[in-house]
Design a protein. Sequence first.
Length: 507
Amino acid sequence: MTAPLDVLVVGAGPTGLALAAQLRTYGTTFRIIDRSLDRAHESRALAIQPRTLEALAPFGVTDELVARGNPAMQLRMHLPHRVVQMQLFDIGLADTAYPFLLFLSQAETESVLAEHLRGQGVGVERGTELHRLERTGSTVTCRLRHSDGTEEAVEAMYVVGCDGAHSAVRAQAGIGFKGYAYPQTFLLADLEVDGLEPGAVHAYMTGAGMLFFFPLGSPATWRMLAMRTQGAPDTEVDLGLLQEITDRYTSNRLVLHDSVWMTDFRLHNRGAVHYRSGPFFLAGDAAHIHSPAGAQGMNTGIQDALNLGWKLALVCRGRAPEELLETYEAERAPVGGSVLRFTDRAFTIGTSSNPVVRFARTRLAPRLAPLALRATGPRGRVFRTVSELGIHYRRSPASASGSRPPGRGPRAGDRLPDLPRGLQARTAGPGWHLLLAGPPHLWPDGRLAPVLAGRADVLTVHRLGEQSPWPGVAHGLVRPDGYLGYVARGAGADALSIYLDRWLRRV
Ligand SMILES: Cc1cc2nc3c(=O)[nH]c(=O)nc-3n(C[C@H](O)[C@H](O)[C@H](O)COP(=O)(O)OP(=O)(O)OC[C@H]3O[C@@H](n4cnc5c(N)ncnc54)[C@H](O)[C@@H]3O)c2cc1C
């Protein structure tokens, strides 16, 4: 009898591909399946947030994503009689190497991730559909159906549903998906536009709604997004219809042509009631779907995956307690919940026909936004939220501080900032990282030896000297996903030892 797989990854969209990349790093035994015979070639999600670029950097794919993408720095809001110009992402982001929103089609993002996996010897098993899950003792029997009609039963310890909005894993695990559909229909097209200034995001705001053009680059120069006029018949989407809508919003003549993809779709706002049920986990669209406002969907999915992968890997290797897996829902469900609320608010402001909201959209927002964004504080907060750099796990059971937390600098549960620059690259290797700040004589090998014993393969020590995110003498533990699990002031190792005894078992 063959040993059960550690993990079956169901779905090879961006979430499943990112999860597979992380599992591969730790030598976890897994398979990644997808029911479709080919990967999707439509652009779909069009932007990668700074935090996602950081989180993918350890796999060596971020440079390639940046090389293929288009970092947009400018937003132009077109009002009936003027254009308001705003800078995107150029303030309060000194602690990241990627202070920009990267426009890149989801098809390209998936292709970069799939190429990385191929280079690591991991192939996506296409034409393979999960259709049933049965719990059998300590494992799960996964019933798969191949495109040639044959069936296969696979044993796995854990199953992760990265299988999108209609997740079979979610259904099989009996997890509810609560929320609602928005009444509006949206039109989307990747195409060429004559008359638009290149390299910027263009938003046309009127009482009727909003029209956007995003600088996509490939497979076409522009992504157009608009709301179908309320009450208008659901006619087929074609260039004539898109031109008619554009003409209604714009005073200068924009000419649309050479569309490579046109579609219409309804939006939902739904979240999984749980992100875990026993051996079953949900990540990405299987756990949350919402409007594309703020470009959060794919990014949140990739970051779900990178929160979960190392936890599964270390538990399967016997190096972390089962309890660590409970922190997945504790950490990611609040993130998913806040994305659902944030995108719902942005969607309502952008589409509502309520006279007060219309007034706010067309008159107040264009006046107030540039003023508010000129102030460093609010601007930094807005960009930190949208860029997902502000995500933290401070309330997680796996975040702890010593008896004296450092007075300044990042706290337990925060992402490790890339400040001084290069700190993230230094801690990008697999496993945990112990950061020691302060003069070297405070950290004699003799004091560290008992902490490191039996852990050296998954815990790397860095003596930072001047290269520390904290002033003075302090130490901290960076988790494999780049978040600080533990921080403390001083050079005492007792509380550090207690933290590690709980979360990182010795060989
Ligand atoms: C028209 C459109 C426009 C969009 N625009 C944006 C945007 O502008 N910005 C944004 O952030 N997001 C956008 N999105 C959403 C974005 O595409 C998703 O958030 C993203 O794809 C989620 O990735 P995922 O890997 O979680 O799921 P998916 O990409 O849905 O991948 C799920 C995979 O699972 C496979 N699968 C499903 N069931 C099974 C099964 N039973 N067995 C095996 N395999 C299975 C599917 O074939 C699929 O490949 C858009 C989506 C659409 C459709």
